[in-house]
Design a binder for this molecule. Structure first.
Ligand SMILES: [Zn+2]
Ligand SMILES: [Zn+2]
Length: 164
């Protein structure tokens, strides 16, 4: 909840806000070890009231290739327009509604974060993943299956360079 009474009555033309809230989603593979940190500002430009915010959070999930736990920082930009009076039928995701001088942003921020969650996590960019045959972590060791799966073109090159 952000109180915007002073902004609306013209006492101030810009205000900043900063707070944290706990985020939880069912139906994602991620967990959220710390609260979402939100900071932003609201301006009153002659009745047009844009709100911009930056949300910082951490997500924990599994590497899509090797299943190792991955902890990643995520920054989500959030911007909406504050609507002082809005007809019920005009309800739109682009607008934040003022109710009793306050606006509620947790829910829309929550939605924005949900849309911004990555499709998958990787423990590092070149993670080799697990061997599809024996399940060994190919970042940690090599198994004999990988030799047999080697591209045949490579072995031709190999024998070529060895045969000189
Ligand atoms: Zn990995
Ligand atoms: Zn293997």
């Amino acid at each position: 909840m952000i109180n915007v009474k002073k902004l609306l009555n013209g006492e101030i033309s810009c205000q900043t806000f900063e707070y944290e809230f706990i985020i939880e989603f069912s139906g994602t593979d991620y967990t959220f070890p710390s609260p979402v940190k939100v900071h932003g500002e609201i301006k009153n430009a002659g009745g047009y009231i844009p709100l911009t915010a930056t949300c910082e959070l951490e997500i924990v999930g599994e590497c899509a290739r090797c299943l190792a736990p991955v902890r990643e920082k995520l920054t989500v930009d959030f911007s909406r327009t504050v609507a002082v009076s809005l007809e019920a039928e005009d309800e739109d995701d682009e607008y934040l509604q003022v109710s009793d001088g306050c606006i509620e942003v947790d829910e829309p921020i929550r939605d924005e974060v949900l849309l911004s969650l990555p499709m998958r996590l990787l423990c590092f960019e070149d993670c080799k993943g697990l061997c599809p045959k024996c399940g060994i972590d190919l970042n940690k060791g090599k198994c004999s299956c990988s030799d047999r799966m080697t591209d045949p073109r490579w072995s031709i090159l190999k024998s070529f360079s060895e045969g000189k």
